[in-house]
Ligand binder design. Structure first.
Ligand code: UD1
Length: 417
């Protein structure tokens, strides 16, 4: 098990390319089992969650090869339709294989998925949607048995909440179903659009991704293709936070500005300035940031819940009071206790966290409790006086590719031991 040591107080400078998106790569890798031939995925990040997906694909019988950031997947003629509980438990996104296996083999034997403990994360919308498409689902002793002996059929599905995972699961399953599926109140996240782009390159007919109503005309067969995974907007937000908390100027490459439209104004409010040129974005932070105002997490195009923790690190040293309202997950303030160890002044009541910026944070031993919370502890450590130790990098490695190296290249003092 590795730990991180961060000596705070250094200014960052330089350019960094933002890695490929984990949340985009995971559903696309699952969807790769729908198509015949060899898929080639570029810009696929080196992360433990991606390794878990590769393990699942290989277990199912797919041929998977990795050369750096390029993954090839040939999943023609899978030999299995089950995923063992230990693999399912490693990440919540494993549930996306339900739609993919139903679409490719007409059956799936899974268990309830795992993932970060950030409150109850039910899968009722995934299950009810697949049932509407004709899947018979038995839930017994933690097992989930899916069957669609005559194949899935198109359906009208109105989601009660625009769940990202449920939208993706339905899109994947519907691409190989008989007839047309219409999803209303669908998630509009950029990762949903990336998945639709990939499916359409395979020959699927997915319309309206990103608009709230997605229409999918099912196809009997799909053909493998090449696809480049989009840049990770949450990693971009984390690096922006690192620049803001250290009063630095850095350039991020491979940024899609429209993916950051809800995040950039928060940094502007804090006094940061931006310059854009093609896919490059320069962020210049003042020596001391101002309050970030009121941040309410909500589905895209709102402020993303995944960026809440890194921006809270910035708010903890800002001049003034920042208020967070977490509206997506019930238990997503686990990092607050750790920030308080560093000297932050934060009060949480239910969904709301009130952060009164302090003059300085002081290093302390910290405990990582979930993926984005861990990244936020790293951001806070960059500004804390002294050496901050984070007990494990396990969560971080699920979603951030070599964050220690990325920050070191920008001039931070971060070491993994
Ligand atoms: C995805 C992202 C995650 C992000 C989240 C919200 C991936 C791999 N993960 O997670 O990083 O934080 O979107 O942007 O893409 N819900 C239900 N029933 C369901 C499904 C969801 O009640 O069947 C609830 C969840 O408990 C949660 C909310 O809906 O409160 C949002 O969940 P969802 O959008 O499904 O998130 P994920 O797809 O799991």
């Amino acid at each position: 098990m590795s730990r991180l040591l961060i000596e705070g107080g250094r200014t960052l400078r330089g350019e960094v390319k933002v890695q490929g998106s984990k949340n985009s790569a995971l559903p696309i890798l699952a969807a790769s089992i729908l198509s015949k031939g060899e898929n080639v995925f570029y810009n696929c990040p080196l992360l433990s969650d991606i390794d878990t997906s590769v393990k699942i694909l290989r277990y199912l019988g797919a041929k998977v090869n990795r050369h750096g950031h390029t993954l090839t997947v040939d999943a023609f003629d899978l030999s299995r339709d089950d995923i063992p509980a230990d693999m399912m438990r490693q990440m919540r996104s494993s549930i996306i294989f339900a739609g993919a296996l139903l679409g490719s083999k007409g059956k799936a034997r899974l268990t309830f998925p795992g993932g970060c403990e950030i409150g109850p994360r039910p899968i009722d919308l995934h299950l009810s949607s697949l049932r509407r498409m004709g899947a018979l689902i038995k839930e017994r002793h933690g097992q989930l048995i899916f069957e669609a002996p005559k194949g899935l059929k198109g359906a009208e599905i109105a989601l009660s909440f625009p769940s990202v995972g449920a939208t993706e699961n339905i899109m994947i399953a519907a691409s190989r179903a008989k007839g047309t599926t219409v999803i209303t109140n669908a998630a509009r996240e950029p990762e949903v659009i990336d998945l639709a782009d990939y499916l359409n390159k395979c020959g699927a007919c997915v319309y309206g991704a990103g608009d709230g109503t997605v229409v999918i005309d099912g196809k009997e067969s799909l053909s493998a293709t090449a696809h480049s995974i989009m840049a990770d907007r949450i990693v971009a937000a984390t690096l922006m936070s690192a620049a803001a908390i250290t009063g630095s100027e850095i350039v991020l490459e491979s940024v899609v500005k429209s993916h950051l439209d809800a995040i950039i104004p928060c940094f502007k409010q804090a006094g940061c300035e931006f310059e854009f040129s093609g896919s490059k974005m320069k962020i210049s932070a003042p020596e001391k940031v101002r309050s970030l105002g009121l941040l309410r997490t909500s589905p895209f195009p709102g402020f993303p819940t995944d960026a809440q923790a890194p921006l809270m690190a910035v708010a903890s040293v800002a001049d003034g009071i920042t208020v967070f309202s977490e509206n997506i997950f019930e238990n997503r303030y686990k990092h607050v206790g750790e920030f308080i160890r560093l000297g932050a002044d934060i009060k949480v009541e239910g969904k709301v966290a009130v952060v009164e910026g302090v003059k300085k944070l002081y290093s302390a031993p910290l405990c990582a409790k979930d993926l984005r919370g861990s990244a936020a502890l790293v951001v806070a450590g960059l500004a804390a006086e002294g050496t901050t130790e984070i007990d494990t990098t396990e969560y971080l490695e699920r979603g951030y590719e070599d964050l220690d190296v990325v920050l070191k290249n920008l001039g931070a003092s971060v070491s993994k031991i």
